[in-house]
Design a protein around this ligand. Structure first.
Ligand SMILES: *Cc1c(COP(=O)(O)O)cnc(C)c1O
Length: 432
């Protein structure tokens, strides 16, 4: 559930009309709901309350300073994948001692920075990385807290580009090798085992793959706990969200449908996993990104042209794949709704951006209300893996971001000026 809904004909984010924001701050514009972000964090936190746990928000899904500050104020930890993300979290008021550092390619510079800042755990993805962390820690005269990311080799039943927990993927250390890695690494004097981690993929909309993976690694976790005095078990993130709630045709109707009954909720997730996890006696870490931020944001765009060809109705908008790459990258679905609702027949439309790539589209042949130049559309569920993946392709500025809280709205990232795009570029001296 989220806080983008129609009041009368107009789409609101909490207590603010979205069209007012579009007119005031221009488009393309990301609009975030603080209430939705907060609610999603708290729902999961509450559902997991029967076990000692820490939610470490996956910063890569949405790293805006105001979003991170909101979560830090709620007591959230953070799952980071680069030194840059750690610096961001600290700048936003997050606590490094509640950060876990993931990723297959941690550099020496990043490891040193994270060690100095005192992150809670390095989640190592290879033995070579353990050796490197040990070496850096020795040089700094520190002991590094580490965990291994276990690759449980279970299929997450999601898109191949966001599956991470099978042996086809570059992530983690193979399930069968983990015991030996923990035993061998005891010789590394500047490491201390702190936990064990896994993450099987993203946008998983059923509980089953999570339960399967947890069941599979539980005996391993128990063994490791006995031998190495672990403190935590991280079950990763990956909780999926609903991208097609058919807001336009009435949310209530959808929520009562059969499809809605099977959907992953914090309650169904916790109901299945808590009984498995509780007997472990370990602190449970969760690393959700999309579940917390996905439905907390929309991308607002303006219709520039409507172009009818023999077969097609192209709605050309001012947002593009550089602003939101998910449809091009993952064939992702984003619901598209007008900011001002009108009656009338639906027309099969392709909503496309202005970029010179056939991949620059947001939907194809989708029945949408008739729109014309100057109308505004919203792409829903754009709060995760949206702005963070934006680029300057076609020398297009990064969009502005706005945060709404009740009736308040604030720009939380200025629209990038065109000159800023090439500010770091130089003409080579021999060309002068
Ligand atoms: C990306 C990632 C997450 C978050 O994934 P979501 O699908 O957004 O929940 C969590 N943990 C790790 C290690 C990741 O790489």
């Amino acid at each position: 559930m989220h806080d983008f809904r129609y009041l009368g004909k107009r789409l609101f984010c909490e207590g603010v009309g979205v069209e007012t924001l579009a007119k005031r701050f221009g488009t393309p514009l990301y609009v975030y709901s603080q209430r939705t972000l907060t609610r999603h964090f708290q729902e999961l936190d509450r559902a997991m309350s029967p076990v000692e746990h820490l939610i470490c928000f996956a910063v890569k899904s949405n790293s805006n300073q105001s979003m991170l500050r909101t979560l830090a104020n709620l007591g959230s930890g953070f799952d980071i994948v680069s030194g840059g993300e750690l610096a961001r979290v600290i700048s936003a008021g997050g606590d490094p001692r509640q950060c876990v550092f993931a990723g297959v390619g941690k550099t020496e510079v990043e490891i040193e920075f994270a060690l100095r800042r005192g992150v809670y755990s390095f989640n190592a993805e290879s033995e070579a990385e353990l050796h490197r962390i040990n070496r850096v820690a020795a040089r700094l005269n520190k002991v590094a807290p580490v965990a291994v990311r276990v690759n449980p080799d279970v299929a997450a039943q999601t898109h191949t580009k966001i599956t991470t927990g099978t042996y086809e993927n570059k992530f983690g250390i193979a399930f069968e090798q983990v015991d030996a890695v923990y035993a061998r690494a005891r010789r590394l004097k500047n490491l201390r085992w702190r936990g064990v981690q896994m993450h099987i993929g993203s946008q998983i909309t059923a509980v089953r793959p999570f339960a399967q993976a947890v069941r599979k690694v539980l005996p391993l976790v128990r063994r490791l706990k006995e031998r190495h005095e672990l403190e935590f078990f991280s079950i990763g993130g990956g909780l999926g969200i609903i991208y097609q709630p058919a807001l336009a045709s009435g949310m209530a109707q959808w929520w009562n449908s059969a499809a809605a009954k099977n959907i992953l909720t914090p309650e169904t997730y916790a109901a299945r996993l808590v009984p498995l996890l509780k007997p472990l006696g370990l602190k449970i870490l969760l690393e959700p990104g999309r579940f917390i931020s996905g439905n907390a944001g929309i991308l607002v765009t303006r219709v520039e042209y409507v172009k009818r060809t023999g077969r097609k109705n192209f709605v050309i908008v001012d947002a593009a794949m550089n602003d939101l790459i998910r449809p091009a990258f993952y064939e992702a679905y984003h619901e598209i709704v007008p900011l001002t609702r009108q009656g009338g027949a639906l027309i099969k439309s392709d909503v496309v951006g202005p970029i010179c790539e056939s991949g620059d589209f947001f939907c194809k042949d989708r029945p949408l209300p008739k729109v014309g130049e100057g109308d505004f559309l919203a792409l829903l569920s754009a709060g995760a893996y949206g702005f963070v993946m934006a680029s300057n392709y076609n020398t297009r500025s990064l969009a502005a971001e706005v945060l709404v809280n009740g009736k308040l709205a604030a720009v939380v990232r200025e629209r990038q000026s065109v000159k800023e795009i090439w500010a770091g570029e130089k003409v080579a001296p021999w060309l002068k």
